[in-house]
Design a protein around this ligand. Structure first.
Ligand code: NAD
Length: 523
C-alpha cells in the first residue's frame, strides 16, 4: 500500500466554499438535489465491522422542510448488535493500530478527496435531511474536508514528537499509542462535519470506532460510511449503528471493552454518558476517557462605542443562521443601555425581512428546524419568553408544512429569566440591557455554559477586558460568534459546554492517544 509523507502534503489550507451565485454552480447543485431526491426512501442496513445486518425494526428519517418525504429507512441496531460491534472493533484493533500512520493519513486524505468529488451530493443530503440551506450545507461539508486534511497532517506530526532531554548513557523517547475502541456519538446539527471529525481523529491515530449517529440524520451517516469504503478504509475498522440513543447508547458506553467515548450533543446526554462511563464494568481494565462537547448559551456583547450596523449584522446571522441550531449560535444579545433602543430598531426589521421556507430553495435564508419534537420545544420556550419579556419579532410558526419557526426576538429579558439561562436551540434571541460594559460582561458570564461569545467594541480597554474575563472557549471580537474555521479557531467550550477538547486545533488528537515513555541504556 502506498503512503504519504509530511513532505508530500502541502501546508493545510481551508477548503474553498462553492459560490452558488454562479449560474454553473447553482445548476450543478439543482441537478444534485434532484438526483438525491430520486434516491429517497432507500433502505440502509446496519454495518458491523464490514458485515451488513438487517432488522425488523426500521427508523425513517424525514425531510424537515416537507416531512411527508421519507429520506431514508434505516435498520435499527439491537443490544446484541451493539455488543457485537464493540467486540468486533476490539478484535480488529491490533491490526488497525499496527498500520503505519503514513498509511492511515493517506486514507484520510483520500477520504477528503472522495467527499470533495461528491461535494454537491453531500451538500444535497444535508439540505434535504438536516434542513440546511445551500450555504450552510456547503460550510458543513467543507469543514468535514478540512478535518480530514488537518488531522492527517497532525497525526504525522504527532508520530514525530519533539526530542526529550537525553540523559547521559540513555536514549530517551516518548511515543503516542492509540487507545482502543472508541464510541463516536455525534449530534444532528453538523451531521457530516462533527461525525466525520470525531471518527477520523480516532481512526487516523489508530483506534477502531463504533459510530452511533443521531436518529434525525442517519442517511448522512450512511453516506459517510460509503465514503470511508470508497476511500478504501478496511471495513473492519468501523461500525455504523443506527438506533435509539437511550437503548443502544448505554450498551456501547458501558461495555467493558469500550476504551473511550467521543461525544458531541446536549448537556443532559453528555453528563449521562460521563456518569455511566465512570462506572467500572466487570472485566474492565482501564478508566474510560470521555470527551464530551455540549451545549451553549452564547452571548454577543454590544458596547456603546461599537459599529452598531456591524453589531446588528453579526447578531442577526449568529442568531438565525441555520435557524439558531448551532451550538455557537447567539441566543443572548447584551446591549449597552446607551445604544439599546437604536440596536433593536435596526435589528427587528432585518429579522422580519429574513426569507424562510424549504431549504432546497436557494432564495430562503432560513429553513426548518430539525423535527416536530424540536419545533414543539422551541414554541414552548417562545411562550415562556413572552411572559418573561417583550416580544418584538416573530413569536410562532412560519408558513408551510415544514417545521418552520419565525425568527423571534424577545427584548427586556432579565438575566434570571429561563430564556436567558436555558439552551433553546432554535431561532430565539433574548435581548438584555446592560448599565455599562462591565455589567455587560458580568451578564454574559452569568451562565453555566461557556462555549462562544463575541464583543462589538471600538474601545481598546474594553476589548482587552473581554479578552481577559469573558469566560468562553471561543471568543470573537468585532465579528459574529458562529463559523469557526478548522485550524484558525480550535473549537470547544468551558464549564457545562464540555471538556474543551478544541476540535480542529493543534492539540485535538491528544484526546485519542496515550503517551509511552521509553528509556534505553546505551553505551
Ligand atoms: P443530543 O444530546 O440529544 O444527542 C446527541 C447524540 O447522543 C445523538 O446521536 C443521540 O442519539 C445520542 N444519545 C442520546 N441518548 C444517548 C445515550 N443514553 N447514550 C448514548 N448516546 C445517546 O443532542 P442533539 O439534539 O443531537 O444535538 C444538539 C445539542 O448538541 C445541543 O445541545 C448543541 O449545543 C450541542 N452541540 C454541541 C457542539 C459543541 O461542539 N459543543 C456542537 C454541536 C452541537
Amino acid at each position: 500500500m502506498s503512503s504519504v509523507s509530511t513532505a508530500e502534503l502541502a501546508p493545510f489550507q481551508n477548503e474553498a466554499y462553492t459560490d452558488f451565485t454562479q449560474p454553473k454552480n447553482a445548476s450543478a447543485m439543482r441537478a444534485a438535489l434532484a438526483k438525491v431526491r430520486s434516491d429517497f426512501g432507500r433502505e440502509y442496513p446496519l454495518r458491523i465491522a464490514g458485515e451488513l445486518r438487517q432488522s425488523t425494526d426500521k427508523l425513517k428519517s424525514l425531510n424537515p422542510s416537507n416531512p411527508a418525504e421519507v429520506v431514508g429507512a434505516h435498520h435499527k441496531g439491537s443490544e446484541k448488535d451493539a455488543i457485537d460491534a464493540v467486540e468486533a472493533a476490539y478484535a480488529y484493533f491490533p491490526k488497525w493500530s499496527a498500520v503505519p500512520v503514513e498509511e492511515r493519513a493517506r486514507l484520510v486524505v483520500r477520504l477528503a478527496e472522495v467527499i470533495r468529488n461528491r461535494k454537491y451530493e453531500f451538500d444535497s443530503w444535508l439540505v434535504l435531511e438536516a434542513g440546511k440551506t445551500w450555504n450552510e450545507a456547503e460550510a458543513d461539508v467543507s469543514e468535514a474536508i478540512d478535518f480530514c486534511e488537518y488531522y492527517a497532517r497532525l497525526a504525522m506530526k504527532l508520530a514525530r514528537p519533539d526530542p526529550l532531554v537525553q540523559l547521559s548513557g540513555e536514549r530517551d523517547e516518548m511515543v503516542y499509542l492509540p487507545l482502543g475502541v472508541g464510541i463516536v456519538i455525534p449530534p444532528w446539527n453538523f451531521p457530516l462535519a462533527i461525525l466525520l471529525g470525531m471518527a477520523t481523529a480516532a481512526l487516523v491515530t489508530g483506534n477502531t470506532v463504533v459510530i452511533k449517529p443521531s436518529s434525525d440524520t442517519p442517511t448522512i451517516a450512511a453516506k459517510f460510511a460509503e465514503a470511508l469504503l470508497e476511500a478504501e478504509f478496511p471495513p473492519e475498522c468501523f461500525s455504523l449503528l443506527v438506533g435509539s440513543g437511550a437503548a443502544i447508547g448505554d450498551v456501547l458506553v458501558s461495555h467493558p471493552k469500550t476504551r473511550f467515548i467521543s461525544f458531541t450533543g446536549s448537556r443532559e446526554v453528555g453528563l449521562h454518558i460521563n456518569e455511566l462511563a465512570a462506572k467500572t464494568a466487570k472485566g474492565q481494565i482501564w478508566i474510560k476517557r470521555v470527551v464530551a462537547e455540549m451545549g451553549g448559551k452564547d452571548a454577543i456583547v454590544v458596547d456603546k462605542e461599537a459599529d452598531l450596523d456591524q453589531a446588528v449584522t453579526g447578531v442577526l446571522f449568529s442568531a438565525f443562521g441555520y435557524q439558531g441550531q448551532k451550538c455557537s449560535a447567539c441566543s443572548r444579545a447584551i446591549v449597552h443601555e446607551a445604544v439599546y433602543d437604536e440596536f433593536l430598531e435596526k435589528l427587528v426589521p432585518k429579522a422580519n425581512a429574513l426569507t424562510m421556507g424549504p431549504s432546497d430553495d436557494f432564495d430562503n435564508y432560513m429553513g426548518p428546524v430539525i423535527s416536530s419534537r424540536a419545533k414543539d420545544s422551541i414554541l414552548k420556550y417562545i411562550e415562556i419568553g413572552k411572559q418573561e419579556g417583550r416580544l418584538v419579532a416573530g413569536g410562532g410558526s412560519g408558513d408551510g408544512d415544514g417545521y418552520f419557526i419565525k425568527p423571534t426576538i424577545i427584548a427586556d429579558i432579565d438575566s434570571k429569566a429561563r430564556i436567558f439561562q436555558e439552551e433553546i436551540f432554535g431561532p430565539v434571541l433574548a435581548v438584555t440591557k446592560a448599565r455599562d460594559f462591565d455589567h455587560a460582561l458580568e451578564l454574559a458570564n452569568d451562565s453555566e455554559y461557556g462555549l462562544t461569545g463575541a464583543v462589538y467594541s471600538e474601545n481598546p480597554k474594553h476589548v482587552e477586558k473581554a479578552r481577559k474575563s469573558f469566560f468562553v472557549g471561543n471568543l470573537y471580537i468585532n465579528r459574529k460568534c458562529t463559523g469557526a474555521m478548522v485550524g484558525a479557531h480550535p473549537f470547544g467550550g468551558f464549564n457545562m459546554s464540555g471538556t474543551d477538547s478544541k476540535a480542529g486545533g493543534p492539540d485535538y488528537l491528544l484526546q485519542f492517544v496515550q503517551a509511552k515513555s521509553i528509556a534505553e541504556k546505551v553505551g
